[in-house]
Write a protein that binds this ligand. Structure first.
Ligand SMILES: Nc1nc2c(ncn2[C@@H]2O[C@H](COP(=O)(O)OP(=O)(O)OP(=O)(O)O)[C@@H](O)[C@H]2O)c(=O)[nH]1
Ligand SMILES: [Mg+2]
Length: 228
């Protein structure tokens, strides 16, 4: 019997960046619409999911939120494989988190599929008075590394949804033009339409979360996207 899903694709994303830059907060804002001033450091990897509608397609996002702490690097490295979207985060009020970006990119480029899309997010944009990294510096870094760039705020929600809609738009374009084949197990995107759905709904390549808490121009219009 073929299962019927209320979404047509599953896309796997990964959040990376220094500890405290707001990865978990961005994911929580996106999936639950919530923000907390007090959070716990992520231990290993957490997981969040949400279905969004972009154009005519409903896409289930599975996002792995990794720990920024150095001691978890060997654990978090195993989650890069099979991610089609890499969300690289720094904190605009913490210069060190910006200067560490090279370190994160090197890992991600080695471990994610070659077609993985990178987005650079300068988080905590609401804290303008404490800014240590200029907008133009983030923009230039993203351009140099072929990434889309957003300054965002998990606190106010500024640009949070846009990050995901932009990534999903780019992925759908790559599926449509054949750059990515959703039938390949490590493509990072899986087609769930009845004629394509595989027996397993998992796109996690067998990895499990340690704790469960909670380079292209888009042709799909981000403005036409909406939540399901
Ligand atoms: N003002 C403000 N504070 C934020 C924002 N995003 C996160 N924070 C705060 O920054 C702190 C760290 O946020 P987390 O989301 O836990 O950071 P993280 O990147 O997941 O950290 P690790 O799990 O240790 O890697 C918390 O106190 C959050 O409330 C933001 O956009 N604006
Ligand atoms: Mg975290």
């Amino acid at each position: 019997m073929v299962a019927i899903y209320n979404y047509s694709y599953i896309a796997k994303f990964i959040f990376i960046g220094d500890m405290g830059c707001g990865k978990s907060s961005l994911l929580r804002k996106f999936t639950e619409g919530d923000f907390s001033e007090r959070t716990n450091h992520t231990i290993g990897v957490e997981f969040g999911t949400k279905i969004i509608k972009v154009g005519d397609e409903r896409v289930k996002i599975q996002a792995w939120d990794t720990a920024g702490q150095e001691r978890f690097r060997s654990v978090t490295r195993s989650y890069y494989r099979g991610s089609i979207g890499t969300i690289l985060v720094y904190d605009i009020t913490n210069r060190e988190s910006f200067e560490d970006l090279d370190k994160w990119i090197i890992d991600a480029q080695q471990l994610t599929p070659t077609h993985s899309i990178f987005v650079l997010v300068g988080n905590k944009a609401d804290r303008e008075q404490l800014r240590e990294v200029d907008y133009k510096e983030g923009e230039a870094y993203a351009k140099k590394n072929g990434m889309v760039f957003f300054e965002a705020s998990a606190k106010t929600g500024e640009k949070v949804d846009t990050i995901f809609y932009d990534l999903v738009s780019q992925i759908l374009n790559m599926v449509n033009d054949g750059t990515v084949d959703p039938a390949l197990p490590d493509s990072g995107v899986q087609c769930m339409k009845p004629q394509h759905a595989r027996a397993s709904t998992s796109s996690t390549s067998g990895t499990q979360p340690v704790n469960i808490g909670n380079r292209n121009t888009a042709r799909f219009s981000v403005g036409s996207a909406s939540c399901c």
